[in-house]
Design a protein around this ligand. Structure first.
Ligand SMILES: CC(=O)N[C@H]1[C@@H](OP(=O)(O)OP(=O)(O)OC[C@H]2O[C@@H](n3ccc(=O)[nH]c3=O)[C@H](O)[C@@H]2O)O[C@H](CO)[C@H](O)[C@@H]1O
Ligand SMILES: [Mn+2]
Length: 475
């Protein structure tokens, strides 16, 4: 909204004392001799009748263009202020001697008096304009004689302009044209645009997939806006984690850190699939969040445990998830939350880039390469290498995914083949055929021990919890 009005903000401008230290030593000796003789005689005897004709021709051409838009609103003030008249006669003689000493001394003396309404960002536009330069030199010598002509109350009134300057002032999403005088300032035009998005453009990482799904890097989204969008929707987010056999030891850290970082402020159902329900820790949960323990069978091979997650998730869609949650996030349990994971990650179908293959060439992806497997992806094909331990989406989509992967694994089994990376291979095949609508960068699952901390990684939202494979798998 743009309003053009003369809004008086503050009846106080730059205190005179701020100028004094910077100008007195340098200018007075030089300016007085040149200025006074030429100016005083014509000025003093009769002020108004004589000055207007002489100053206008020299003064207006330079100032008018910038002045014109605002003229109607402040013409009265302008007319009342006589000072512009002396400028033409004053400046040519004065400026050369004065300018060299000016810029270094101005900012320190100006800044304190401008705060907080005129932050330093204003100064660059302020300085180039010549007006402030003459003031400090002019006023002290002039004021005593001048004050004869005007009542002192008027001198200090905001409508009396010893000097004035137009400037563009911009801070945040507010921009305005200001008229600054010695005693006050006015905002002539105030423009408030919609706020800048609180995001920067990341140039160090890809932000979109070739099918235009966002890759949700830190800095590319505004949590507040997203929360506004989601909070009205009253959603429940389901998390599936499998803690079978020894893996129950990961539950405590997982759940505790999830309460700190995962979907804070939203309703969350943690679905803990386990064969050891008594080992599910009792963790204090925030309001609206609960742990639902689902007792399931175990398998002797860890690969079977991992793979059968697809079957169990798809089964429980009908029993529970369709009814109780809107989104499902399917995670490995040997991880911990380390930073915000929120609604920015939600979408119809979500895959996560495997940290070990981020930036690697397609040829190195460990897709299943044997055509006999349902997970087969030919060389030269494939988009990304997704991780098996972090995917999700709307329940309907997760149902389709897990069901398809489970069925593919059943076919593989009947063909006596097991994909090289088990469920992860099938997930990669599915997400190759059904492109995710959102892709999570490796921020969402990182392994600090293995991969260090590269510059593109501004946040580590989840981290792998180191585990001793020999001690924990198949136990
Ligand atoms: C981070 C990541 O991408 N992990 C994937 C990766 O292996 P990982 O090495 O991360 O596999 P893992 O040992 O974490 O097993 C996968 C998950 O199965 C569960 N589990 C496993 C064994 C067990 O005895 N009890 C138990 O509950 C548990 O939830 C575990 O997190 O490859 C696996 C298939 O090879 C899966 O695709 C994993 O999702
Ligand atoms: Mn894991």
């Amino acid at each position: 909204s743009t309003s053009r009005s003369l809004i008086k903000l503050k009846g106080r401008g730059i205190p005179f004392s701020h100028f004094l230290p910077s100008f007195l030593p340098s200018f007075l000796p030089s300016f007085l001799p040149s200025f006074l003789p030429s100016f005083l005689p014509s000025f003093l005897p009769s002020f108004l009748p004589s000055f207007l004709p002489s100053f206008l021709p020299s003064f207006l051409p330079s100032l008018l263009p910038s002045l014109l838009p605002f003229l109607p609103s402040f013409l009265p003030c302008l007319l009342l202020s006589f000072l512009p008249s002396f400028l033409p006669s004053f400046l040519p003689s004065f400026l050369p001697s004065f300018l060299p000493s000016f810029p270094p001394s101005l900012p320190p003396s100006l800044l304190p008096s401008f705060r907080p309404s005129f932050p330093p960002s204003l100064l660059p536009s302020f300085l180039p304009s010549f007006l402030p330069s003459f003031l400090p030199s002019f006023l002290p010598s002039f004021l005593p004689s001048f004050s004869f002509f005007l009542p002192s109350s008027f001198l200090s009134s905001p409508f009396f302009f010893f000097f004035f300057i137009f400037s563009q002032y911009q801070e945040g999403h507010i921009s305005c044209t200001v008229l600054i005088s010695h005693s006050t300032y006015f905002i002539l035009e105030h423009h408030s645009s919609s706020p800048e998005p609180a995001t920067q453009r990341r140039i160090d990482v890809p932000l979109l997939t070739p099918w235009l799904a966002p890759i949700v890097w830190d800095g590319t989204f505004d949590e507040d806006i997203l929360n506004e969008q989601f909070q009205g929707r009253n959603i429940t987010i389901g998390v599936t984690i499998f803690a079978i056999k020894k893996y129950v030891i990961f539950l405590k850290l997982f759940l505790e850190t999830a309460e700190k970082h995962f979907m804070v402020g939203y309703k969350v159902n943690y679905y803990v699939f386990t064969d050891r329900p008594n080992d599910v820790p009792k963790i204090p949960l925030q309001e609206g969040r609960k742990i639902i323990t689902l007792v399931v069978q175990n398998y002797s091979r860890w690969q079977d445990i991992s793979m059968h997650r697809m079957e169990m998730i798809s089964n429980y869609c009908h029993q529970l998830f369709f009814k109780d949650v809107d989104y499902l996030v399917c995670l490995d349990v040997d991880m911990k939350f380390n930073d915000h994971v929120g609604v920015e990650m939600l979408s119809d179908l979500v895959g996560t880039l495997h940290p070990g293959f981020y930036g690697a060439s397609r040829e190195t992806f460990t897709y299943e390469r044997r055509p006999k497997s349902q997970a087969y992806i030919p060389r030269g094909k494939g988009d990304y290498y997704y991780m098996g331990g972090f995917f999700g989406g709307k329940v309907q989509q997760v149902y389709k995914l897990t069901k398809a992967c489970h069925e593919a694994m059943l076919i593989d089994k009947s063909n006596r083949i097991e994909a090289v990376w088990h469920d992860e291979s099938h997930l990669n095949k599915y997400l190759f055929l059904h492109k995710p609508t959102k892709v999570l960068p490796p921020e969402y699952m990182w392994d600090k021990q293995l991969l260090g901390w590269p510059a593109f990684l501004r946040k580590m939202r989840m981290l792998a919890v180191p585990k001793n494979h020999a001690k924990i798998r198949n136990k």
